[in-house]
Write a protein that binds this ligand. Structure first.
Ligand code: AMP
Length: 452
């Protein structure tokens, strides 16, 4: 199948050709015709599968045919959990729509709200937003949804993990019932199915197995090493393999800063990207990385979510994540859209439980190696025998605590809902990191995260 078979008009095909894509990815081949037919879609697909173009291209096609947008209205709303992902999607919208006469903008917290209000004044065909800032803008009459035609909920599973359920329900209550809805999530967990009820109507269900994007196109390897030798080993690997573009995953912001300094001291250009960095610093680091001015991006899981870098060749897990599914997300940064990637994990003896959990989730024992000169004093114990995966029991709905607050409310500075008013101070300004990096996956966490 080629893009010309999918019913997209010439201006969109031109933008695709300029981007250099020739074949639609599986999610695109399935989602594009369904969206063009006006169907609702529920798609299980991770970042790296080409899902952004999967929903953006047909939406652009639909919007190019409809009515002109009125002041302060949005014809399409794309809601996504993190600033990086929002910015990334907005970039894609701009790029794929560059030969069309459509307006788009992106709004998220952590930056001034006034310029966003100004951009919304004339109305936009596509609005990409994180939930909290979108509600702030709505509360300040900057955006209205009477003309809304399409809603996209992207990374829905992550939005629930980050405690956005109530914001999402509130947003849904503001939208017209008659609309097209596309729901994207890494998995269709019971929570997601519950959310989907009443949101999507007779949806086309699409499932792109994460296994095909990880196991088949990413070579995974473990280097067994002592904890205090990880930084020297990483430096050695980067230098001897001449890695030009590598993303290194850390569990904590503190760890990310420390490692960045160590790499810099070893003459390797690195930048940290995490929730304590200002939006400007993060955007700059990402841009420098993409341009090749820095070769190592040291990232925490949440900050890295949504980073879209074409065919990133190398991913390093400096520390294994507490949540095994994050391992799958991390290595999804590499081997994208058909190219082979490499994911190496530096694992020390006391990470064996985390390794066992990951190997259980991916149902594979990862190959191990030791690098000469970095032989561990504390040997990494044998992995546990693989047990078959059990179907997960439905999780209890995490909606409200007894005191009327939901998880993360304190961290984000919300007032309890009993006050019946949304707090619109700075801290609500949808800083998805405000509650996320300390709180995001409390339900799935195997061990409490140390050192946050
Ligand atoms: P996404 O899953 O939307 O984050 O996209 C993953 C990566 O694949 C992005 O870098 C896209 O630019 C790239 N991509 C998307 N669609 C295609 C395609 N049909 N052919 C080649 N690369 C693609």
């Amino acid at each position: 199948m080629s893009f010309t078979d999918l019913g997209l008009s010439a201006p969109i095909q031109k933008a695709i050709a300029e981007k250099g894509y020739d074949t639609p990815s599986p999610i695109q081949a399935q989602a594009i015709p369904a969206v063009l037919e006006g169907r609702d879609v529920m798609a299980a697909a991770q970042t790296g599968t080409g899902k952004t173009a999967g929903f953006t291209l047909p939406i652009l096609e639909l919007l190019s045919k409809g009515d002109k947008v009125r002041a302060n209205q949005a014809r399409t709303l794309i809601i996504t959990p993190t600033r990086e992902l929002a910015a990334q999607i907005a970039e894609n919208v701009e790029m794929y729509g560059k030969h069309l006469d459509l307006k788009s903008t992106v709004v998220f917290g952590g930056v001034k709200i006034n310029p966003q209000m100004q951009r919304l004044r004339q109305g936009v065909d596509i609005l990409v937003a994180t939930p909290g800032r979108l509600l702030d803008l709505y509360n300040q009459n900057a955006v209205r949804f009477n003309q809304l035609e399409v809603l996209v909920l992207d990374e829905a599973d992550r939005m629930l993990d980050m405690g956005f359920l109530r914001d999402i329900k509130k947003i849904l209550s503001l939208l017209p019932k008659k609309r097209q809805t596309l729901l994207f999530s890494a998995t269709f967990s019971p929570d997601i199915r519950e959310l989907a009820k009443g949101i999507v109507n007779n949806p086309v269900e699409i499932s792109i197995s994460p296994k095909t994007t990880t196991a088949e196109s990413v070579e995974q390897l473990i280097y067994s090493v002592d904890k205090n030798q990880k930084a020297p080993l990483l430096t050695h690997l980067i230098k001897t393999n001449d890695w030009q573009q590598v993303i290194v995953f850390m569990k904590t912001k503190h760890g990310a800063n420390k490692l960045t300094k160590q790499l810099d001291a070893a003459g390797i250009k690195a930048a940290a990207i995490h929730g304590n960095k200002s939006q400007g610093a993060r955007t700059k680091a990402l841009a420098q990385f993409k341009e090749g001015n820095i070769s190592v991006l040291v990232a925490t899981d949440i900050a890295a979510r949504g980073i879209d870098i074409d065919q990133l060749p190398q991913v390093v897990n400096f520390e294994l994540p507490n949540v095994p599914e994050d391992y799958v997300h991390r290595i999804g940064r590499t081997g994208r859209a058909g190219s082979t990637g490499h994911a190496v994990s530096l694992v020390c003896a006391d990470e064996i439980d985390l390794l066992n959990d990951i190997e259980h989730v991916i149902q594979t024992h990862l190959p191990r190696e030791v690098v000469a000169g970095f032989e561990p004093v504390h040997a990494l114990p044998e992995s546990r025998k693989l047990r078959p995966l059990k179907a997960k029991r439905p999780k209890k709905a995490k909606v409200e605590h007894k005191d009327g607050q939901r998880s993360g409310d304190n961290a984000r500075g919300h007032k309890p809902p009993s006050k019946n008013k949304r707090h619109t101070g700075n801290s609500t300004s949808s800083n998805p990191y405000g509650n996320s990096e300390g709180n995001n996956s409390s339900r799935r966490r195997i061990k409490p995260a140390a050192n946050k």
